[in-house]
Design a protein around this ligand. Structure first.
Ligand code: UFG
Length: 327
């Protein structure tokens, strides 16, 4: 069976990718240092513990498994944190990716799927964000991901290494069977925090900024269901398997939801109040991030099926109620 090296496969998005890869007949080999992921989430193939900054360990795993392709999810990924400790983001994300690219080239693994972000576009309110938009990140997280996109382009010119870059908008929801789901410690993402507030795991949600230039004053994001997102990755893999050229794709729905709209939707799905307070802006947050592209649909044949706000909250809520990895 075709083996895929999944870095960060113990994390939220990576574990969902492994589930879909296994379903599609691939063997996901998880490479993860379990710093922000969960061993319990590795259910669909072997786990190789290791850190991307440890080149010798990476070489060992490439030699042992001889993967045909890489899906690279492992990264520090919190916008707010990246503004406080930018050095962590440059070191971990960028140096980690350099090691991974070099190890891949030396092992003759020529297909690379990369988890990038709409945070590479920065704060361009009023501009339709498609794959040709300028990339002007306003936080260290987005800047580190843009740097990795440059590294991939450069390696692609020099070596046999083709890539597909996916620029995610805001990923939400979870596996329909609630076998895996979103769980970070500490949690910083809006929907899990709203659900924590709904069921009393935290006192309340703080809305980060109510004075943005949006209809209700709160930031607007484009939310995409994690299962739809990882299905696009399999299509990206098939794209490279078909011998096509390196390409970047936005993964979003084109619809924006404000923080208050997400809270209201969560109140409706759970049928409970969402306790909240209004707070200051969080440094590094863009006003509005909404995808303006259908390239993934047109070129990859991507068909998002679960990316409606009620569905994403319903799936996240089902997982939330399992008590997940807290047990
Ligand atoms: N928010 C709050 N209160 C909270 C948490 C979040 O008001 O307690 C707001 C944020 O300010 C932002 C929105 O909810 O306006 C979404 O915030 P998230 O932290 O859930 O997501 P981000 O948009 O900051 O970032 C996420 C991922 C990144 C990814 C990015 C793409 O963390 O990895 O989406 O937009 F790159």
């Amino acid at each position: 069976m075709t083996k895929i090296l999944v870095t960060g496969g113990a994390g939220y998005i990576g574990s969902h990718a492994c589930k879909v890869l296994a379903r599609e007949g691939y063997t996901p080999i998880v490479f993860d240092n379990i710093s922000t992921g969960w061993e319990e989430a590795v259910k669909f193939g072997p786990l190789e513990k290791g850190d991307l900054l440890d080149r010798a360990r990476l070489d060992e795993v490439f030699a042992k498994h001889k993967p045909d392709a890489i899906m690279h999810f492992a990264a520090l990924s919190q916008v707010g944190e990246s503004m406080q400790v930018p050095g962590w983001y440059w070191r971990s994300n960028v140096l980690g990716a350099v090691n991974l690219c070099e190890a891949a080239v030396e092992a003759g693994c020529a297909k690379f799927i990369f988890s990038s972000t709409c945070a590479t576009y920065g704060d361009q309110d009023g501009v339709v964000l498609d794959e040709n938009s300028l990339q002007m990140p306003i936080n260290a997280y987005g800047a580190s991901k843009r740097a990795i996109e440059d590294i991939l382009a450069n390696f692609g010119e020099t070596f046999e290494l083709k890539h597909v870059i996916f620029r995610y908008f805001n990923v939400a929801g979870g596996d329909e069977a609630a076998e895996i789901g979103e769980f970070h410690r500490p949690e910083t993402h809006l929907i899990p925090i709203v659900l924590d507030a709904v069921d009393g795991k935290r006192d309340k949600l703080t809305i980060y900024g109510t004075d943005y230039d949006t209809p209700d004053g709160t930031c607007i994001r484009d939310y995409v269901h994690v299962m739809d997102l990882v299905e696009a990755h399999v299509l990206g893999l098939k794209w490279l398997e078909a011998g096509k050229d390196s390409r970047a794709f936005n993964l979003g729905t084109g619809s924006g939801f404000s923080v208050r709209e997400v809270m209201n939707a969560a109140g409706q799905v759970t049928n409970r109040p969402v306790p909240y307070e209004e707070g200051d802006r969080r440094p590094g947050d863009a006003t509005r991030l909404v995808s303006g592209s259908s390239r993934a649909i047109d070129e990859l044949g991507w068909k998002p099926r679960r990316s409606t706000m009620p569905q994403m909250i319903e799936d996240a809520w089902r997982w939330h109620q399992t008590g997940h990895y807290e047990k």
